[in-house]
Design a protein around this ligand. Structure first.
Ligand SMILES: *[C@@H]1O[C@H](CO)[C@@H](O)[C@H](O)[C@H]1NC(C)=O
Ligand SMILES: *[C@@H]1O[C@H](CO)[C@@H](O)[C@H](O)[C@H]1NC(C)=O
Ligand SMILES: *[C@@H]1O[C@H](CO)[C@@H](O)[C@H](O)[C@H]1NC(C)=O
Ligand SMILES: *[C@@H]1O[C@H](CO)[C@@H](O)[C@H](O)[C@H]1NC(C)=O
Ligand SMILES: [Zn+2]
Ligand SMILES: [Zn+2]
Length: 356
């Protein structure tokens, strides 16, 4: 791998690490700050009445109620009362009255949910001195379901919600003029941790954006790398062609018996470190260095320089390589040029040495 692409790979690794840690921090934030906590209290509801059929005292107590969000969490007790108008069981009419039993001290309003806000219902009941408001859930898809009612600004009145079956049961008794006493006592405290919808949307969107950014970056990186490799290949091919052309112009000779190259003190071929024998085919480079043809040709194709003195044969033969368009290749060629310049100096040094 070239040093350039190594640097790029390191950079990509760093970026992915950064992205990953960003996502991680994001998830932590989701867990600790965006998640909201909701506290709610259940309510025990005690219903006591005299069964009109058997004259028996009946009493039952269940933890079926749930305190409203803005209700004081305290006990309340009184006779249950419905709105007088059969069409306004929801207590949405501000002027609607409640069928409060005579001589009842404290009384509890039993109201059906729906049509108007919990706040309105509670206000209408408290305007008539109800000591507590019991709203029964209406139209819920889950049996016995209750919710935490929001009813800001209703003051010190106790407000709870009970499930629909329970509410209808008590309402049926009241409609038969049975006196029902309701006692509301505080139940258990519940903590519900939930993630709000907006934060889920926020986190999802930012996660998707991050994914897109990193994907785009990855694609960009690979395209760059591909283009770079392509340009390098093209450059390599051009240099290879030039080298072939140069090699074809270089002189070839066959060694004969008795030539000075066969003498023992003559330099060996620098590539294979063997001496020259009769019938060996040698190639003579412009710097007058000679090597076996089979030894030096592949070297020249790759390096385009003399293995001994590093002289550039393209330069020596005046073969121009068309300049590349790619900036990176240009810098590479500049480095190569520095090498060539040095080799020319070396070559001159060798020449002067030879002459001297
Ligand atoms: C409900 O309350 C009455 C007093 O109002 C009490 O006598 C009765 O025992 C209670 N019922 C239960 C089941 O706790
Ligand atoms: C809803 O409440 C309004 C008063 O706020 C009342 O006039 C209307 O009849 C109610 N509708 C139903 C369906 O109960
Ligand atoms: C509510 O109680 C006050 C006194 O505490 C009384 O003056 C008022 O008439 C009562 N209202 C109703 C609707 O009973
Ligand atoms: C609803 O509550 C009543 C008592 O309050 C209980 O008998 C009944 O089984 C409950 N129904 C469901 C579906 O939980
Ligand atoms: Zn050789
Ligand atoms: Zn040479």
């Amino acid at each position: 791998m070239a040093p350039g692409s190594l640097v790029a790979a390191c950079r990509s690794l760093a970026l992915s690490t950064w992205l990953l840690s960003f996502c991680f921090v994001h998830l932590l934030c989701l867990d600790f700050t965006v998640a909201e906590r909701e506290e709610w209290y259940t309510a025990f509801v005690n219903i006591t009445y005299v069964d009109p059929a058997t004259s028996e005292l009946r009493t039952e107590k269940t933890e079926c109620g749930r305190y409203g969000e803005h209700s004081p969490k305290r006990d309340a007790k009184g006779m249950a009362a419905l709105p007088v108008a059969p069409l306004d069981r929801q207590a949405c009419d501000p002027n609607g009255r409640f069928a409060v039993p005579a001589r009842a001290g404290a009384w509890v309003a039993l109201v059906a949910g729906g049509n108007c806000t919990y706040e309105d219902k509670i206000r209408h009941a408290t305007a008539q001195n109800a000591s507590a408001v019991v709203v029964f859930n209406v139209g819920s898809s889950v049996v016995n379901e209750t919710i935490t009612m929001a009813h800001p600004g209703t003051g010190e009145v106790v407000a709870i919600m009970i499930p629909e079956p329970k509410g209808r049961e008590v309402a049926a008794l009241l409609e038969r003029n049975v006196a029902v006493t309701m006692t509301i006592t505080i139940g258990t405290r519940n903590l519900q941790k939930y993630v709000s919808r907006t934060s889920v949307v926020f986190v999802s969107i930012s996660f998707i954006v991050l994914m897109i950014i990193s994907l785009a970056w990855l694609v960009f990186y690979y395209i760059q790398r591909f283009r770079y490799a392509n340009a390098r290949d093209r450059n390599q091919r051009r240099l290879g062609d030039a080298a072939k052309k140069a090699i074809s112009k270089l002189q070839v000779r066959t060694i004969r018996k008795g030539d000075q190259e066969t003498e023992a003190d003559f330099d060996n071929c620098a590539v294979c470190i063997e001496g020259y024998k009769a019938n060996d085919v040698v190639r003579i480079l412009p710097c007058r260095h000679l090597f076996h043809k089979s030894c030096v040709d592949p070297w020249l194709l790759d390096h385009r320089t003399c293995p001994m003195c590093k002289m550039n044969i393209l330069k020596a033969l005046g073969i121009a390589v068309s300049p590349s368009q790619n900036g990176k290749i240009l810098t590479m060629e500049k480095e190569g040029k520095a090498l060539i310049d040095r080799s020319i100096i070396d070559h001159k040094a060798v020449d002067t040495l030879g002459r001297g």
